[in-house]
Design a binder for this molecule. Structure first.
Ligand SMILES: [Zn+2]
Length: 209
C-alpha cells in the first residue's frame, strides 16, 4: 500500500469485484423502495438492500432518512421501521437526495465513491474519475444541523395567524411563511414541512401517532 502502483492495483481489484450495475455510472439506480404499512408504522422492507446498493453505513442512511422525514423509527434486522405514515414518494425522494448528496460523483455520475472525513470536512472520493470534493449538504439538511425547525422534513407545532385567498393557513416562522392548506385562523396543529421554496415553507398536517 506504500506505492502508487500498489494503490492502483488494489483499486483495480476492488472495481473488478463490483457488480456490473454499480460500475456502470449514470445508468445505476437504487432498487425501488419496498414499503408496507403495519398499523401506525411504515416499514421499508428492503432497507438492507438499499444500504448494500449505496455501500454506506446503515446508521448513516437510517439517521438521514429519519431526520429528513421528521419521524421517529429504528432499524429492525434488514428493515427500517418508521413511526407514523410515510408515503412511498416521500421515502423515494429522500433516497434520491441521499444518493445525490452522499453517493453519486457530481463530476462523472458514478456511484463508485467513498466518504472520507478530512480536517472535519466530509469529502466524496470518486474511485471512477478520481474527483475529490466536499459533500454539499442540501439546504434542508444544513438547516437541520443548525437546529432549525423550518426545514424539509421538519415537524413542528404551529398556530395559524392568518388565512390566504384559498383558505390556506399561514404563520411566520424563522423568516419563512409556513403554509398549511385549508386551515382556519387560530388553529394549533402539528405539521410537517414538505418543501421550501424561496421564503415559503409548504407544510401538511401530521396525524398524531
Ligand atoms: Zn467521478
Amino acid at each position: 500500500m506504500s506505492t502508487l502502483e500498489d494503490y492502483q492495483a488494489l483499486l483495480g481489484k476492488a472495481r473488478s469485484a463490483l457488480p456490473e450495475t454499480l460500475a456502470s455510472g449514470e445508468r445505476w439506480t437504487l432498487p425501488p423502495a419496498d414499503i408496507i404499512k403495519e398499523g401506525r408504522f411504515t416499514i421499508l422492507r428492503n432497507f438492507r438492500e438499499m444500504v448494500n446498493a449505496v455501500r454506506r453505513e446503515d446508521q448513516h442512511l437510517s439517521k438521514y432518512l429519519l431526520q429528513q422525514l421528521g419521524t421517529a423509527g429504528q432499524m429492525d434486522g434488514d428493515r427500517l421501521i418508521f413511526t407514523g405514515r410515510v408515503t412511498e414518494n416521500q421515502i423515494g425522494s429522500r433516497l434520491d437526495d441521499y444518493v445525490a448528496t452522499y453517493v453519486r460523483c457530481s463530476e462523472c455520475g458514478s456511484p463508485d465513491t467513498k466518504l472520507q472525513r478530512q480536517d472535519r470536512v466530509l469529502m466524496l472520493q470518486c474511485e471512477a474519475c478520481g474527483a475529490h470534493q466536499p459533500v454539499k449538504a442540501r439546504k434542508g439538511q444544513r438547516r437541520a444541523e443548525a437546529g432549525a425547525q423550518v426545514r424539509e422534513g421538519g415537524v413542528l407545532e404551529v398556530t395559524i395567524a392568518s388565512v390566504g385567498p384559498r383558505g390556506e393557513g399561514q404563520v411566520e416562522m424563522e423568516g419563512y411563511t409556513v403554509i398549511v392548506p385549508k386551515t382556519p385562523e387560530g388553529t394549533t396543529l402539528r405539521v410537517r414541512i414538505t418543501r421550501l421554496q424561496g421564503k415559503l415553507a409548504f407544510a401538511e398536517p401530521v396525524e398524531d401517532a
